[in-house]
Design a protein around this ligand. Structure first.
Ligand code: FES
Length: 326
């Protein structure tokens, strides 16, 4: 593993509904000392889905405070079950969580920053906005939502950022135009972005189209959104008469590992590429949900990140499985 995960017992202290579909959870681990954590940090939470133990990542909202770790979870019917588990919890529930870790490093030496969030993707950027505001950095936070009623934490962000906060509410006709935005940024600007996979793909296209270095575009994803609805699909193993069903609430990675076909993994969020396996054939459609492969690689359909990507129909993969190695 790239990160050594240290699991610790914790208690769900309180919940608060931010909108009818977004709930905030305040979680306090045992021996909590309120120590600062890096901007963009997330915690993993052990969840139970259909009786199976799994883990889900959630970004921490805002900078550290003494009350505990704050996350916000959107209840998504089209999810892999983590949000429904979280929403089933009541204050006092016992949890097991990992300590905060960040996959969204910020280069604090830049003079200009741009923060872009869509929907629940605002969560990792609140702490970034607080840190940049404290440094009096030159930045703007663009927050894209379907309607202003869907925007959360405006009570924190609006007084902190004033005109540095721009809410792009779709129902107000104020859509975010990434091409125009990136064209307007100073050359040394660093952009941090968190949103659904389609937005990340569009941002990467617009960013490189603007002649900018991809290393100056940093992004977060949880691998839970794709271009197709989340549904079950089938996977065949090349050179073997085996076909396996991947249910809508389980990943290809978990099902293959559960069936004894070892596929190694690391981030389990579609970011590192460690779980990539070879694609041999697609009878249906592929839904790449990772941010590891480039657009060209995704079009080539030669590999799939088993931790997050999905399909419609049946795919054939080669996991280099040797039956006598089991
Ligand atoms: S484990 Fe990192 S992309 Fe799948």
């Amino acid at each position: 593993m790239r990160f050594i995960e240290s699991w610790t017992p914790a208690t769900l202290v309180a919940t608060r509904d931010l909108t009818p579909s977004i709930r905030e959870f305040l979680i306090k681990p045992e021996n909590f000392d309120g120590a600062a954590y890096p901007v963009g940090s997330h915690i993993n939470i052990a969840v139970t889905i259909d009786g199976r133990p799994e883990a889900r990542s959630y970004s921490l909202v805002g900078e550290a405070d003494r009350t505990g770790y704050r996350i916000a979870v959107r209840r998504a019917e089209d999810s892999r079950g983590g949000s429904q588990y979280m929403w089933s919890l009541a204050p006092g529930a016992r949890l097991t969580i990992t300590l905060p870790a960040s996959l969204l490093p910020i280069d604090w030496a830049r003079r200009h920053y741009c923060l872009i969030a869509a929907g629940i993707g605002i969560t990792p950027l609140i702490g970034a906005a607080q840190a940049l505001a404290r440094r009096d950095a030159d930045f703007t936070l663009h927050y894209a939502v379907t309607s202003r009623e869907q925007a959360v934490y405006l009570d924190v962000l609006a007084p902190l950022l004033n005109e540095r906060l721009i809410v792009h509410a779709g129902n107000e006709g104020r859509r975010l135009n990434l091409d125009d935005l990136f064209a307007s940024l100073p050359p040394d600007a660093l952009t941090l972005l968190c949103g659904p996979i389609r937005m990340l793909d569009a941002a990467r296209r617009a960013w490189t189209g603007a002649g900018r270095a991809l290393s100056d575009l940093r992004y977060e994803t949880f691998g839970s959104s794709g271009s197709l609805p989340t549904e079950g699909f089938r996977v065949r193993l090349a050179d073997q008469a085996i076909e396996i069903e991947i249910p809508r609430d389980r990943s290809l990675l978990d099902v293959l590992n559960g069936a004894g076909y070892e596929v190694i993994s690391d981030c389990r969020r579609g970011e590192c590429g460690v779980c990539a396996i070879d694609l041999v054939k697609i009878d249906g459609e592929l839904d790449h949900r990772d941010v590891f492969f480039s657009e060209q690689q995704k079009h080539a359909n030669e590999k799939i990140c088993a931790c997050v990507s999905r399909a419609r129909g049946t795919i054939t993969v080669d996991i280099l499985h040797r039956p006598d190695a089991l």
